[in-house]
Design a protein around this ligand. Structure first.
Ligand code: BV8
Ligand code: ZN
Length: 296
């Protein structure tokens, strides 16, 4: 971003007016959405992992070279994500997905949420918001099934995928630890105390017993449902970009596609971020404070 240029306006009234007239809202979220919950943003992974550029760990190459290290990296992040809760920003976005809440601020709009995050916190926030609805509202068809509007384009931390080409079984495993072989490795925060976990002691596929990998999209791998997401970006008339440095592609292209097709873009971030000078609105501050203020 060209931070010499005047930043886009942070006019809440103007944003609310755009929101109230929008027909297709697309929220794009990144690691900053979960920061307040206690999950380090992608570049701030702590502990043993501070000595690695995490982008070199989240690759098929790293997996090919050192499955023990890659699994310890994901086990470390699983153990953090299992201990934290969704925050007010997750709830504010989750409420936008519920018609009775959404119609107060955007009466004519439908809603899509694309996340780059793999931590599962939005899914938990959505089910918490659903559970808080009066019984009469919970089962109505108006409340769309999560998978119809929520896209986890970089996969899920708690999914595992079989590495056997003729199996590829995928399942969600929420247990802590995911397997005995990784137990306690999340506590190895001192440099150089990395353990070598034998391949036989790494997570296995429950169907065929072969080695399982983390169910996430690594750099160089194709994100999930990219074409659907880009088609939705072309139809969106308001894109709300929350807590992302907007560096990783193709996610970072979504705001530009919305603009190219006549839509408006609002960025919510504690800091300046890539392409934010092209946005129509820029709200600088913690999303867990700002989103509940401007979305309801
Ligand atoms: C693909 C899962 C093609 C794994 C992730 C050279 C140039 C350009 C592009 C490339 C290139 N070389 C390679 C590429 C492509 C590459 C890419 O974009 N690389 C980058 C590094 C340049 N992209 C890919 O490889 C993608 N695949 O292109 O495939 C293809 C097509 C067809 C067939 C085959 C292949 C795959 C990308 C997905 C990688 N996996 N995650 C894991 O997590 O371990 S990406 C990972 O990093 C995260 O998921 C996330 O997306 C990303 C980090 O980004 P952010 O979420 O933005 O987090 P970050 O820490 O950067 O920023 C946090 C922000 O929050 C900050 O701005 C901060 O200010 C803000 N914040 C903090 N606190 C708050 C806050 N804001 C508000 N409130 C707060 N409280
Ligand atoms: Zn298998």
């Amino acid at each position: 971003m060209d931070s010499n240029k005047t930043p886009p306006p942070d006019d809440v009234a103007a944003f609310s007016d755009v929101l109230s007239h929008s027909k297709h809202i697309l929220v794009l979220s990144g690691a900053g959405l979960s920061a307040a919950s206690g999950i380090p943003t992608f570049r701030d992974a702590g502990g043993l992992w501070r000595k690695y550029d995490v982008r070199t760990l989240a690759t098929p190459q790293a997996w090919g070279e050192n499955q023990s290290r890659v699994w310890q990296f994901y086990h470390y992040r699983r153990e953090i994500a299992l201990k934290v809760q969704p925050n007010a920003a997750h709830v504010a976005i989750a409420k936008l997905s519920i018609p009775t809440f959404r119609e107060k601020v955007a009466p004519n709009a439908d809603f899509t949420h694309v996340t780059q995050n793999i931590d599962g916190l939005f899914t938990r926030a959505y089910s918490d918001v659903l559970a808080s609805l009066p019984e009469s509202e919970q089962g109505t068809t108006a409340v769309a099934p999560l998978e119809s509007f929520f896209f986890e384009m970089h996969g899920r931390l708690f999914d595992v995928e079989c590495t056997a080409h003729d199996c590829k079984h995928r399942e969600m495993i929420m247990t802590s630890p995911i397997c005995p072989g990784l137990a306690g490795t999340e506590l190895l925060v001192e440099e150089g105390t990395e353990r070598v976990v034998r391949r036989a002691d790494l997570p296995r596929c429950s169907q065929c017993g072969q080695l399982a990998r983390p169910g996430v999209v690594w750099f160089g791998e194709k994100p999930h449902r990219v074409q659907d997401i880009m088609d939705l970006a072309k139809q969106a008339d308001l894109c709300i970009i929350v807590g992302t440095s907007s560096i990783v592609q193709p996610a970072s292209r979504i705001g530009g596609i919305v603009k190219e097709h006549g839509g408006k873009v609002a960025v919510f971030n504690v800091d300046r971020s890539n392409h934010d000078d092209e946005a129509d609105f820029l709200f600088l501050g913690p999303c867990e404070v700002l989103l509940p203020q401007v979305l309801h």
